[in-house]
Design a protein around this ligand. Structure first.
Ligand code: GDP
Ligand code: ZN
Length: 393
């Protein structure tokens, strides 16, 4: 048998490898579970300064090109690989679905994990990947296609991609039981803005109110360019409209419990129930680890990301200086404030406050802004739990 040709490439360090760990590293277990350590590659560290440090990796991969750089080694022949989308990641295993809806359980090629990256996980749910099938339903992911968007969680300035290639946030709320909470909608809209995603707002249980009651807040959101649908799953109102809003995009579902998310998903897609159950059984890991995202592909061509941890928590630290830019209706006025770092609270010549006084900005949106500003520091070690959102806010 012909010997596999070894190949040496020079690559950047990962962030977490820039300094060597001490032998008796007390947090070693933690580090290892966070980012699995690659033990098989041989590693050499030169005695040069930090800036010029590279790592030499010896690989037995089928390097086709002779160029000695990572990019060419990562070039992948499309001939013997399939294109798929990662539905979810379970430890070292990625569940990948092809265009023909065939599902493969894939490992990730070691070299992909070695190449420099800031991400905690090289492959996340939502990724489009090329993989080499092995046997009937197994495979090896050899390339991750560039992501067109990333839905992240950020705690104390560290970003962690939860799911990629997402188009919009589907915010599900209720007109009553639980109360309509526009201030909570505002927080979800911030998440959409932070991730540069579209947002659509579904207001369920409209059978319980006089729809005229919501005309004003809905007008405000519509004016800001967000799509709003009033519906009642119970009465069958507005379901088609929601279906149209989903289209063939990938939508992340968010909303407090009790607003009718499960009922809505069941009404949209009657076979949904089963799939949701299967996924949540696999995810029974407790409250703080359920941000592992799962994609559900629906017969209509829509894809939903419905994950308890994503539904439930505010996923970003709110940096007060950035809050104005996340309120899209404030932006045109904020540019006119006297002080560029105006907090729109106590400053003189504040164009935002003037706009509120002149009726050009919604008073409730302004109140909501002030609330978030004063309450912005997340509770629970960086994560704000929406389930704790008070009824009267
Ligand atoms: P989830 O926690 O967001 O998934 O909410 P569920 O789908 O479990 O619904 C919570 C409760 O609201 C259930 O008792 C549903 O029957 C009820 N519900 C759902 N949709 C409607 C609706 O359109 N109108 C009314 N009145 N009740 C609804
Ligand atoms: Zn101002």
């Amino acid at each position: 048998m012909a010997r596999k040709k070894s190949k040496h490439i020079r690559i950047e360090f990962k962030k977490n490898r820039e300094t060597r760990q001490r032998q008796a590293d007390l947090t070693k277990d933690f580090h290892q579970s966070d980012e699995e350590i690659d033990t098989k590659s041989s590693e050499r560290v030169s005695g040069k300064g930090n800036l010029t440090r590279r790592r030499t990796v010896t690989t037995e991969d089928d390097g086709r090109a002779d160029n000695q750089d990572a990019a060419s080694v990562l070039a992948v022949s499309e001939k013997d690989t399939l294109l798929g989308r990662v539905l979810r990641v379970h430890g070292l295993e990625c569940v990948v679905s092809t265009e023909r809806e065939e599902v493969y359980r894939c490992a990730v090629r070691r070299l992909l994990k070695t190449v420099s990256t800031d991400q905690r996980h090289v492959v996340v749910a939502g990724d489009l990947v090329r993989f080499r099938p092995e046997g009937k339903d197994q495979g090896l992911i050899v390339r991750v296609e560039p992501r067109r968007s990333q839905f992240c969680r950020s705690v104390r300035g560290k970003r962690h991609v939860l799911v990629s290639n997402v188009d919009q946030l589907l915010i599900v709320t209720s007109a009553a039981e639980p109360n309509f909470k526009p201030n909570l909608i505002d927080r979800f809209l911030i998440t959409a803005e932070q991730n540069e995603l579209d947002a659509c707002i579904c207001i369920n249980k409209c059978d319980l109110i006089d729809p005229a009651e919501l005309q004003q807040p809905i007008g405000v959101y519509a004016q800001m360019g967000y799509r709003v649908v009033m519906l009642s799953v119970q009465e069958g109102w507005g379901i088609e409209e929601v279906k149209n809003m989903l289209g063939t995009s990938t939508s992340v579902v968010v909303g407090q419990s009790g607003v009718g998310k499960s009922s809505l998903l069941n009404a949209l897609f009657p076979e949904f129930n089963l799939r949701v159950q299967t996924v949540s059984e696999e995810n029974q890991k407790g409250r703080h680890t359920t941000t592992t995202a799962s994609l559900l592909k629906l017969p209509s061509g829509a894809t939903l990301v419905d994950t308890p941890g994503i539904r439930q928590f505010q996923l970003w630290d709110i940096v007060p200086e950035e809050l104005t830019t996340l309120f899209r209706d404030f932006r045109p006025f904020a540019d006119l404030c006297r002080f560029p770092n105006c907090s729109h609270q106590h400053e003189t010549d504040c164009a935002v406050k003037d706009a509120v006084a002149d009726g050009l900005l919604d008073v409730r949106r302004y109140d909501s802004f002030c609330h978030i500003l004063s309450d912005g520091a997340p509770s629970q070690g960086g994560v704000y739990d929406y389930e704790d959102f008070a009824d009267d806010m």
